[in-house]
Design a protein around this ligand. Structure first.
Ligand SMILES: NC(=O)c1ccc[n+]([C@@H]2O[C@H](COP(=O)([O-])OP(=O)(O)OC[C@H]3O[C@@H](n4cnc5c(N)ncnc54)[C@H](OP(=O)(O)O)[C@@H]3O)[C@@H](O)[C@H]2O)c1
Length: 419
């Protein structure tokens, strides 16, 4: 990578999330000395959109998704914000692997991630390139938090984790929130593509990212994705993860599989459960259970659709593409700063030893914290020696390791081992 003249390029910097990655890098570049650029297909739109949020990028590269080599040849790291990834992601990954650039994206389209592993893992290993998918709110914080718990259990007792329960709590801005405050058109369109595309049945498979069939079967037996609401030890109602309950588990199980393979050990699948916590006292318990049930039913509908015949999936996806708002729709303004969220991981070893990891974060999880975290991932991947020596199609946790966790504090995301 010696001849690369840029540390990080943000591709898709006009998007709801991409513009905030650019904003984060414009602050961080001054602190780190990293050279960076924005890229997109429409230079006038790039200038206008970034101008609206007060950003001037040091350089603008004009590139369409059909021609990403111009980015990959110059950058040490390409941050890809051009979704839906099922439609647009592969040429960017191919160009990065061919041109020796690390790659990170925000996809949650698990069948697409599996296709990229099958097609590019070996080539990326040979090229010494890290391909790091699913690096946003899904699945970076859960993946790193579970890895931190696993490493803590190894250090303290030389034991592997046998189970991990992860709950997320969010605090939203006061006042009425509309759909645009919660989710972007880009994310909704990506959901439609995830059910429409090839291999959609893998959408809800916890072992979707594990190529070894024997290990994949063991993961499915030990840790199926259950949508039924439950209560945690603190009395919170736990609803399925939103917007989709099927993203983090596949990533977390791949992390465990990659690390076990690296140690030459047989992977013993983790029993992993996750969800969004609806806190409250005993009085509101029935109400919270009903709310949790409604959210679970929605996810159940998504699961059923992913298993339907291809013609049904394609018809439904084309209806969803029309109904859902399109690119550019999404959260904006200073209300994004008013969100905060927490992740708690309660993990146990087979011998019953307990570890708790907490993550406390500021900013809208999907579109502000995600953008800052991805920006920091770009800076870390660009720095020699900041991340483990691994290459291939990696998860956020295997690509980054826990050594640079304190770097995410700058992005408003703080990891700690609490007990
Ligand atoms: N996992 C997470 O936590 C998380 C969080 C946020 C977003 N995401 C994912 O990230 C992706 C982006 O989301 P978003 O809300 O930011 O989407 P968005 O607002 O629709 O932005 C999409 C970007 O892609 C660009 N683009 C589209 N087609 C292109 C082409 N042919 N060539 C070059 N650029 C092209 C658009 O450029 P133009 O402006 O020129 O159209 C825009 O910059 C989605 O897949 C979403 O699901 C994931």
């Amino acid at each position: 990578m010696a001849e690369k003249d840029l540390s990080v390029v943000v591709f898709g910097a006009t998007g709801v999330t991409g513009r905030r990655v650019a904003a984060y890098l414009s602050e961080r570049a001054g602190e780190t000395g990293a050279s960076w650029a924005v890229a997109g297909r429409d230079p006038a739109k790039l200038e206008r959109v970034l101008g609206e949020i007060g950003i001037t990028a040091p350089e603008t590269i004009v590139a369409d998704v059909g021609d990403p080599a111009s980015l990959a040849s110059r950058a040490r790291v390409v941050l890809d914000l051009v979704g839906p990834y099922t439609l647009y992601g592969e040429p960017v990954i191919a160009a990065c692997v061919a041109n020796g650039a690390h790659y990170a994206d925000l996809t949650g389209e698990i069948p697409f991630v599996r296709r990229m592993i099958d097609a590019y893992h070996d080539r990326a290993v040979a090229a010494g390139v890290k391909v790091v998918q699913v690096s946003g709110f899904e699945a970076l914080p859960p993946d790193l938090a579970v890895l931190l718990a696993a490493e803590t259990a190894r250090e303290r007792w030389d034991e592997d984790l046998s189970e991990a329960d992860l709950d997320i709590t969010t605090q939203q801005p006061t006042g009425r929130l509309g759909l645009a405050d919660l989710i972007s058109g880009g994310t909704l369109q990506s959901l439609a593509e995830a059910v429409a595309g090839e291999g959609a049945a893998a959408v809800d498979d916890p072992a979707a990212l594990i190529p070894d069939p024997e290990l994949a079967a063991a993961v499915r037996r030990r840790s199926p994705i259950v949508l039924t609401p439950r209560f945690n030890a603190r009395g919170d109602a736990i609803t399925p993860m939103t917007p989709v309950a099927f993203i983090n588990p596949a990533v977390i199980h791949r992390t465990a599989a990659l690390l076990a393979a690296e140690r030459g050990a047989k992977a013993e699948p983790l029993r992993y459960r996750e969800g969004v916590a609806i806190p409250g006292g005993a009085a509101t318990m029935p109400l919270r259970y009903v709310a949790a049930g409604a959210l679970a039913a929605m996810q159940g509908g998504f699961r059923a659709l992913s298993r339907a015949r291809p013609s049904v999936r394609e018809r439904s996806a084309s209806a969803l593409r029309r109904i859902f708002p399109s690119s550019g729709f999404g959260p904006s303004g200073t209300r994004l700063d008013e969100w905060s969220w927490q992740v708690a991981v309660d993990a146990r070893t087979a011998a019953g030893h307990y570890v708790r990891v907490d993550v406390a974060a500021d900013g809208h999880p999907g579109y502000l914290a995600t953008a800052k975290m991805l920006g920091e991932v770009g800076l870390l991947l660009a720095e020699d020696g900041a991340t483990p020596e691994r290459a291939g199609c990696l998860t956020p946790a295997t690509a980054l390791g826990t050594a640079p966790l304190d770097r995410f504090e700058r992005a408003g995301v703080r990891f700690s081992v609490s007990s």
